[in-house]
Structure formats: structure tokens, C-alpha cells
Design a protein around this ligand. Structure first.
Ligand SMILES: [Zn+2]
Length: 246
């Protein structure tokens, strides 16, 4: 039913002119690119629609960040990994949510900033964590802003954004030359992903609108002037990588 010409669209990540219908979940059809592995909703909802969905979901499942103790503990446990890239530097958590990682980074960075599109999240972060600076800004406002950072952390963000190329433009704009970005997202190429991908717990439209493998990440980040320096080992199906802005 979905193998008609309407489902054939160009890949937003690589130069492949034709991507084709892949699977449907929750009535949302996905396409897949056989050149870079990218899997994405087609049609892709716009960002305003996604934000509404996301905010609804967020308030349903995590009122007032009720897992805050474990979030905070996990944020501090990551500091040794961030230390070589963020110590004494200008650091940013891009998509900072309730501010846990920006708060942890404030203990090693020269300046720690958290930015999120959710006003509620930023209000929570500002009220709870005073060491870091928090701002509510969207992608367009960020492109107009001249602030740049040595280290940008952006965890579990890229699977949510409607326009992956706009996100990448903003990321490239935010990072200083030779600076680093630390990215996490579900790993579609991991051996633990079920053969029927719709049974994967994070295959979750319209909250997660797209999925990546190492190959997708390499192609996408290279296009925006980054070089991926390392993929961290992960027993769970999550991509974790560090890229440097050239
Ligand atoms: Zn592609």
C-alpha cells in the first residue's frame, strides 16, 4: 500500500535521490536510505507539531523530573569522560532538559550553559541549578546568536528534530573550530536491535522521528565540517560519539 511513488523522496542526510518505504509504526510510515542507512518519517511532521507531541509526552511520563536523583547521579558519573574536552572551557548542553548535565559540567568547565526549546524545562533548570546559565531558544534564534563553545553536549536530541539539516547547521554554528561535540542517540545498527525494528522500544514515532547508524553519523557530520574521533563502546543499542569541528 505504501510502495507508490509518493513515498519516494531524497535522503536528507546523503546525496541519494531515492529513498523508499521501510516500515510503519503507530500509523507513521518511515523511509530508509540504502546508501547511508538513515531511517526517517515520511512525511515528516513540522517542528511545531513535534514540540506539541513532545511536551504532552513529557508532562505525562515525567512530572517535575521525578527521577531527578538518578539523573543527577548519571550526569556526574559522565564527567570523567567529558573532562579532557570540557575542563576550563566554554561548554554547552544543547537540548539540556532539566539542566542536570549542564549543572555537572559547571564543576569542570570555565562556563557552563544549557539551552532547550522547552520553557518548562528551562524554568526548572534555572530554579534548581544556579551554577550554570540556562536559556530557552529555538534553532533560528541560535543561528542569529554569536555565542560559540569549545564543548557541546547534545544527548538524545537528534532523533527528535524535524529538520536534521537545520539542527546540524545550528550545531556547526555553535562549536568553535577544533572544538568537540558529544552526541548520543539510539543505534539502529546495533546487534541488539530486533529484526522487526517496530518491536524496538525506542522506535517510537512521533516522539522519535528518525534513526541513525555509525555510517549515517559519519556521513552527516562530515557534511557539516566535523570529523568523528571516536564511537564509544556500548552494550546497549545507543550510539555515543565524539566529533571534532575542523
Ligand atoms: Zn542517505
Amino acid at each position: 500500500m505504501n510502495d507508490n511513488n509518493n513515498s519516494v523522496v531524497a535522503c536528507p542526510v546523503c546525496s541519494n535521490a531515492g529513498t523508499f518505504y521501510y516500515v510503519t509504526k503507530n500509523n507513521y510510515p518511515f523511509n530508509r536510505c540504502d546508501k547511508c542507512d538513515f531511517v526517517f518519517l515520511n512525511p515528516m511532521p513540522d517542528q511545531t507539531t513535534l514540540n506539541e507531541q513532545y511536551i504532552d509526552h513529557d508532562t505525562e511520563t515525567e512530572p517535575a523530573y521525578n527521577k531527578s536523583a538518578s539523573r543527577l547521579r548519571r550526569a556526574f558519573m559522565k564527567l570523567p569522560r567529558f573532562f579532557p574536552y570540557a575542563f576550563g572551557k566554554d561548554s554547552l548542553d544543547f537540548g539540556c532538559g532539566g539542566g542536570f548535565v549542564a549543572h555537572a559540567l559547571s564543576f569542570i568547565a570555565k562556563n557552563s550553559t544549557g539551552i532547550d526549546i522547552s520553557e518548562n524545562a528551562v524554568a526548572y533548570a534555572k530554579q534548581r541549578f544556579k551554577r550554570a546559565t540556562y536559556q530557552c531558544m529555538d534553532f533560528i534564534q541560535l543561528l542569529e546568536n554569536e555565542n560559540k563553545y569549545d564543548f557541546v553536549h547534545s544527548s538524545e536530541v537528534i532523533e527528535h528534530v524535524s529538520d536534521i539539516n537545520l539542527y546540524m547547521r545550528v550545531l556547526a554554528h555553535l562549536v568553535k573550530k577544533d572544538g568537540y561535540v558529544y552526541i548520543t542517540t539510539p543505534d539502529l545498527g546495533h546487534p541488539k536491535v530486533p529484526e522487526d525494528v517496530t518491536k524496538w522500544d525506542v522506535f517510537w514515532p512521533p516522539i522519535h522521528v528518525q534513526h541513525f547508524t555509525k555510517k549515517t553519523a559519519n556521513i552527516l557530520f562530515e557534511r557539516y565540517g566535523f570529523s568523528i574521533r571516536k564511537f564509544y563502546k556500548n552494550k546497549k543499542p545507543g550510539l555515543i560519539f565524539l566529533a571534532q569541528k575542523l
